[in-house]
Design a protein around this ligand. Structure first.
Ligand SMILES: [Fe+2]
Ligand SMILES: [Fe+2]
Length: 152
């Protein structure tokens, strides 16, 4: 990923930053596939981006629940809206069997804008909160099945 992308996806909490960097790479790959117009490449890169985004959102939502983050509902609503959007575009692509003008427009503008806007407005405050808690030693997360504690 370029330094420019890295600068805008990093929010100061490494576990989330790593996932944002991966998503930015997948997003670039997806847009390049659309521009090349190769259906199989579009299909694979879109599915991969969608899967990794869903897993990333689930991770953030778990962190928010574990730390009782006050913006949880609003943040989750933004994730849900995005996944609905991606799902609709995936459906349109499969119905049409090719990239439609609306889909291309969506990928190169709305998708990138949403990603940047969401990181800046929703993820950055969460990252700052988590990083501060971690520095203070007060990131007192409940452990769930996804992050088991070692047994003795
Ligand atoms: Fe988020
Ligand atoms: Fe995020």
């Amino acid at each position: 990923m370029s330094a420019e992308w890295r600068q805008f996806v990093d929010i100061g909490y490494p576990p989330i930053d790593e996932e944002h960097q991966e998503l930015a790479d997948l997003l670039i790959r997806f847009i390049q596939a659309i521009q090349r117009g190769v259906s199989t490449e579009i299909d694979v890169s879109m599915a991969l981006f969608f899967d990794r985004a869903a897993a990333h959102f689930a991770h953030e939502e778990r962190l928010m629940r574990e730390t009782s983050w006050t913006e949880f509902e609003r943040h989750k609503a933004s994730h849900d809206l995005f996944l609905t959007d991606v799902g609709q575009m995936t459906g349109e692509f499969h119905r049409a069997g090719q990239v439609t003008p609306a889909m291309e427009q969506w990928a190169v503008t709305r998708l990138v804008e949403w990603f940047a806007f969401h990181i800046r407005t929703n993820d950055a405050p969460l990252g700052e909160f988590l990083a501060t808690r971690e520095r203070n030693g007060t990131l007192n997360r409940k452990r769930g099945p996804a992050s088991p504690q070692p047994s003795n």
